[in-house]
Design a protein around this ligand. Structure first.
Ligand SMILES: Cc1cc2nc3c(=O)[nH]c(=O)nc-3n(C[C@H](O)[C@H](O)[C@H](O)COP(=O)(O)O)c2cc1C
Length: 307
């Protein structure tokens, strides 16, 4: 049975995954030490926590709130910073067979470029995922991914800096996610991943206050799955580069829906916070489905439900 998928065929290095199941950024840390309770090497790829130029403490507590069908988070990119990642994490990843994709985040284009420059040529780093859901401080705090022009600006700048395969992670809070996807594809992205969390909030009615210290946060989990699926379907129909589907994927059936909508690979986030083995369970479920249906190549399922 062939489960291999290619996410960066135009890139000299390529990004060949042994199977289409990846972790989603921020939901398995750096996948080292005790943050992972199963053999992470069996996955197609690992995406690490969003990485900034300097280390960050993240937002004030509370940062998490449960919600029917999902959760809200306002962790705020708590991370060790790119230099510590290069020193402490990349040497560990370099011994792995599973490719590790570093999710990068910045407040200015210059910051994204500097992080990409430092990651260039670092053994153990197989690709970048550019998180454009970050506020652009030079544009009054609007997210880079909110409009096509600013999304293309950051993509083109990182493209010039890195020879690594580059995924650009889209925000569902963009007014026109299809326009943004087309713009980042034209600016040199090898693939797009979508979706990041949706802006959301919750209120404690006893205290008459927002629950999250940051007031608003990002909604993830099963509640966003139908929204993510529709966006993946539409974006996959609009761009010629691979699409990585993400958002509420909890079961193999969910993952197969995204693949049939046109996703070449999938990322599993919140589900792994509930069941740490979820990415592996999903992979095994995809294999069982293929065996049961007599499908011998995952590529036969990509886009199978497209009209
Ligand atoms: C606790 C938490 C932290 C996250 N941190 C990041 C991050 O650092 N960078 C990023 O691009 N996305 C981050 N995300 C978004 C996820 O990678 C994913 O896009 C989103 O949660 C939707 O997928 P899911 O419903 O499977 O969780 C985070 C999500 C959660 C729940």
């Amino acid at each position: 049975m062939n489960l291999c998928v290619q996410l960066a065929s135009q890139n000299r290095r390529g990004l060949l995954l042994a199977n289409p199941v990846m972790t989603a950024s921020g939901t398995c840390g750096y996948a080292d030490g005790e943050s992972c309770l199963y053999d992470i090497q069996r996955l197609g790829a690992v995406v690490c926590k969003g990485t900034t130029l300097e280390s960050r403490e993240g937002n004030i507590q509370p940062r998490i709130a449960e919600n029917n069908g999902g959760m809200l988070n306002a962790v705020g990119l708590q991370n060790i910073g790119v230099d510590a990642l290069i020193r402490e994490k990349a040497p560990v990843w370099n011994k792995w067979k599973v490719p590790v994709i570093v999710n990068i985040a910045g407040a200015t284009i210059k910051e994204y470029v500097e992080i990409a420059a430092r990651l260039e040529g670092v053994a153990g780093v197989s690709a970048l995922e550019v998180n454009i859901s970050c506020p652009n401080v030079k544009a009054g705090g609007a997210e880079f991914g909110a409009c096509a022009a600013s999304a293309a600006g950051v993509t083109a700048a990182v493209r010039k800096t890195t020879t690594l395969p580059m995924l650009v992670k889209l925000t569902p809070d963009a007014g026109d996610i299809i326009g943004v996807a087309k713009a980042v594809a034209a600016a040199g992205a090898d693939a797009v991943s979508l979706i990041n969390t949706l802006k959301a909030m919750a209120i404690d009615i006893e205290k008459r206050k927002p629950i999250l210290g940051n007031i608003t946060g990002g909604l993830s989990g099963p509640a966003i799955k139908p929204v993510a699926l529709a966006m993946v379907y539409e974006v996959a129909g609009a761009v010629d580069i691979p699409v990585v589907g993400c958002g509420g994927i909890t079961t193999a059936a969910d993952a197969l829906e995204f693949i049939m909508a046109g996703a070449t690979a999938v990322q599993v986030g919140t589900a792994a916070l509930v069941n740490p083995r979820a990415p592996l369970d999903i992979l095994e479920g995809i294999e069982s489905f293929m065996t049961e249906k007599g499908v011998n190549d995952i590529n036969q399922l990509i886009g199978a439900a497209r009209c």
